[in-house]
Design a protein around this ligand. Structure first.
Ligand code: XMP
Length: 511
């Protein structure tokens, strides 16, 4: 497979580089810079990218790659630290920037030599995203300067004969205008990649990798029915189906038909699918509990208990599989942010299960890539394009006491809302939408009679990262239709309100 090798020097945008390359339909692999050269050679890359990194090349502790890499005859693009490393290794000089003005951080107006293959077809000027405190005081022999900024005359270097390019800025981040075009130029103009890699190829590679890793071992996976764990399950099912046990804990707070849909989606694979009907158990524990954090804690703990019991029945397993995706990897490194809500994810269970190793087959993928992989594996569209659904499920969308009756009311109302959102095509414009059953009751009139029923709130938001969100401007016609249908079709609701608060100050979920 035509491969670009990304050598990781510890920079913060490394996975983003991989993503950009794959967006150009070129397969890539990220390897630590210290990987032995023979191992890298075996990959037969058509090009190599050195990533950025936090170090300074002239320090003793700085990471260095085997210098023989420069005599391979494979084109190299060095980004930030990678650029300085290449310059330094080939006889250039890199020093701390003399004065503050040569240290560049953030958006910087940059002028490019468009005669250079890396910048071919680009405007001569654009903003680039810099983040470097070191300076290439002398560039190595054979290299030309190909971009400059006001503070720095050598923002980019190139030795076109050997196919070596270096940029001090980060072409992979969105802040760099035409950054993706530069990466594309490296791939197609310099490395002559064909760009015919597809998610189907990725699937096949991942399957053979999983088979190799798992061998004849047994794998256990907690399946939530969300996109990530479903795609991870499908991939493992395809790779080592008979050795895989998926435990799907139905806590009775799923959306309408959800449990059956998940079970149905996996019927085509030969795997051990355990569906635990734990509705009664969860509802008993939750009876009379109104405080949101309490609800979350009870569900989190009970979930672990149920999962643990099921895992015991399965016996010792070799691998615990998790649907961790790349944004989870970034977020888990996010540090000490204040706890606004104790999120319960089906992920972090290792302490409770007897296993030897973790497998995370989606660790390298972004959400949209995970969805694409799911389609490739033949999962149904309703599962693959599913919006996020919180681990505690409807429990945090039922304000006040949780009973089966109230859960059923919410399930029906939520189903109608989702049905109409899809009918109006708004499900594609909005990132998350759902109904909330409030604990407020009000007087209404239906037929000739008085009602005293619950108020239901509709929530729909647009967001890119779910950290902040704006309420969605849904068409009145749609809201009207949903309101009419719910009040007519769902017994127990006589009033509908639409939530028009953004996050912050509100959160997306109500609890
Ligand atoms: P909030 O309500 O904090 O939600 O604005 C942000 C996003 O996180 C989802 N969410 C959860 N997801 N376990 C999850 O897996 C949870 O406990 C949980 N609580 C909130 C929420 O649906 C939204 O997408």
């Amino acid at each position: 497979m035509e491969t670009i090798l990304i050598l990781d020097f510890g920079g913060q945008y490394n996975q983003l580089i991989a993503r950009r390359v794959r967006e150009c339909s070129v397969y890539c692999e990220v390897k630590p810079y210290s990987t032995p050269l023979e191992e890298l050679r075996a990959i037969k890359p058509v090009g190599i990218i050195f990533t950025g990194g936090p170090d300074s090349v002239y320090l003793d502790s700085a990471p260095h790659v085997d210098p023989d890499i420069f005599t391979w005859g494979v084109p190299i693009l060095g980004i930030c630290y990678g650029c300085q490393h290449m310059a330094y290794s080939l006889g250039g000089q890199v020093t701390p920037a003399q004065d503050d003005s040569a240290r560049e951080y953030g958006k910087t107006l940059t002028r490019y030599d468009t005669g250079c293959r890396l910048f071919k077809g680009l405007p001569e000027e654009g903003v680039s995203w810099m983040s470097h405190g070191d300076y290439m005081a002398k560039v190595p022999e054979g290299f030309a300067l190909t971009a400059r900024s006001d503070a720095c005359p050598n923002v980019a270097i190139a030795d076109e004969n050997r196919g070596f390019y270096g940029v001090q800025f980060h072409p992979e981040v969105n802040h760099t205008q035409h950054g993706v075009d530069m990466i594309r130029n490296f791939l197609f103009e310099v490395c002559h990649a064909k760009g015919d890699w597809t998610m189907g190829d990725y699937k096949n590679a991942a399957i053979s990798h999983l088979r190799e890793k798992v061998g004849s071992g047994r794998v256990l996976l907690a399946l939530s029915g969300g996109v990530d764990s479903s795609v991870a399950a499908a991939l493992l099912a395809e790779a080592v189906g008979a050795q895989l046990t998926c435990v799907f804990v139905d806590h009775g707070l799923m959306r309408l038909n959800e449990g059956d849909e998940v079970e149905e989606a996996f019927a085509k694979w030969d795997l051990n699918f355990v569906r635990v009907d734990a509705e009664r158990r969860f509802l008993d524990k939750l009876a009379g509990v109104e405080e949101p954090e309490c609800k979350r804690k009870i569900i989190g703990e009970e979930f672990i208990r149920v999962f643990e019991e099921e895992a015991k029945k399965v016996g010792a397993v070799d691998f615990l599989a998790q649907g961790t995706i790349y944004p989870d990897v970034i977020e888990s490194g996010a540090g000490d942010a204040a706890v606004i809500k104790s999120h319960h994810n089906v992920g972090g269970l290792p302490d409770y299960v007897d296993f030897k190793e973790i497998v995370e087959p989606l660790r390298m993928l972004f959400k949209d890539e995970v969805r694409q992989l799911g389609r490739e594996l033949g999962l149904p569209e309703y599962l693959v394009s599913r919006q996020p659904f919180p681990g505690p499920g409807l429990a945090i969308r039922i304000i006040g006491d949780i009973t089966k009756e109230r859960a059923d009311i919410l399930r029906q109302a939520d189903f109608i809302f989702r049905e109409e959102m899809a009918r109006y095509g708004e499900d594609r414009n909005v990132n998350q939408y759902f109904a909330v059953l409030t604990n407020s009751r009000s007087v209404g009139v239906m037929g000739d009679g008085r009602t005293y029923d619950y108020t239901l709130a509709l929530r729909a938001v647009t967001t890119s990262d779910f950290m902040t969100a704006d309420w969605a401007r849904l068409p009145y016609e749609l809201l009207d239709k949903v309101s009419t249908r719910i009040v007519n079709e769902v017994k127990g609701i006589n009033r509908i309100v639409y939530d028009i608060t953004s996050k912050p100050p509100a959160t997306i979920e109500w609890e």
